[in-house]
Design a protein around this ligand. Structure first.
Ligand SMILES: [Zn+2]
Ligand SMILES: [Zn+2]
Length: 279
């Protein structure tokens, strides 16, 4: 069984630092969790590719730094209503990123058509009548979204070209024990997803859902599970990003004196992941 070793830059303890620009680094990775949004950190050099990670925006909009790829980990809206989705899509369509890849979260109720789930359950949130599912799907998958380079995915693969090749994973929930701790201290991530990681070994894995788990973690894969084995980075590394932008939970309380802080600020900014491909 493969092993995940945690390699964290000592400056990155986002829960305790007040530094304005916590950075995770690795020879081929730079991660920025907090920065001046009016003057985002530059790419290390033009050969690098910038991924910008957001999630759990719940119909809110805020400034997003430019980059090559924008990844949204779901919970695009509060309850999946048409006007909420329209507002989110208009915001995403305006953003200048070359690729914008989005998925649904558990709050995007009208996009859940597994076994007609929404039609059977809409009354629990949308009292009078169900939302027009066809129109909402058109917002996320229609021509206008495609023309704006937005790709909505549902349990599917999407191939796009960036310089650093390798896999990018986008899931709404975190894997077990990776940025999945609730305010109550429980790890609530998905064990099956965690078990797949040694096989998938993505360069970047973006998720959200557990808002208070917001942050980034750089983990190196070792080709052997033997403790102390000095196999180096032969197995590569994965950047795990809990990109949830909803400011709630422990970290929000620590950073903001008066409870919640505005979206896209404090420790809940879009997380920037810069990757370099040495090949
Ligand atoms: Zn959420
Ligand atoms: Zn969620």
């Amino acid at each position: 069984m493969d092993n995940l070793d945690v390699h964290i830059d000592p400056r990155i303890d986002a829960a305790s630092t007040t530094s304005n620009d916590p950075i995770l680094t690795y020879p081929t990775v730079v991660v920025h969790e907090r920065y001046d949004i009016s003057n985002p950190p530059p790419l290390p050099s033009p050969e690098w590719t910038r991924f910008v990670c957001i999630s759990d925006t719940h119909t809110h909009t805020f400034p997003v730094p430019h980059g090559h790829v924008l990844l949204h980990g779901g919970d695009l809206t509060s309850t999946g209503k048409y006007d909420q989705m329209e507002k989110t899509m208009e915001w995403l369509e305006e953003l200048p990123h070359h690729h914008k890849i989005i998925i649904a979260g558990n709050h995007d109720l009208s996009l859940d058509n597994h076994d007609d789930w929404y039609i059977k359950n809409f009354h629990r949130w949308h009292s009078s009548k169900p939302e027009d599912v066809t129109c909402i799907r058109d917002l996320v998958k229609g021509e206008r979204a495609r023309n704006a380079r937005v790709t909505y995915l549902e349990d599917e693969k999407f191939e796009f070209q960036t310089k650093p090749d390798g896999r990018t994973c986008l899931t709404h929930g975190p894997p077990f024990q990776i940025l999945d701790r609730t305010v109550g201290g429980d790890h609530v991530g998905c064990e099956a997803l965690r078990a797949r990681l040694p096989e998938l070994r993505p360069r970047v894995h973006v998720f959200g859902h557990i808002h208070e788990g917001h942050g980034a973690l750089l983990q190196e894969w070792r080709s052997s599970g033997t403790p102390g084995d000095d196999a180096g980075n032969q197995g590569g590394c994965t950047v795990f990003v809990n990109a949830a932008n909803w400011p709630m939970g422990d970290k929000a309380r620590r950073e903001a004196f008066a409870g919640r802080i505005p979206f896209g600020q404090g420790p809940f900014q879009p997380i920037i992941v810069d990757l370099f491909d040495t090949a």
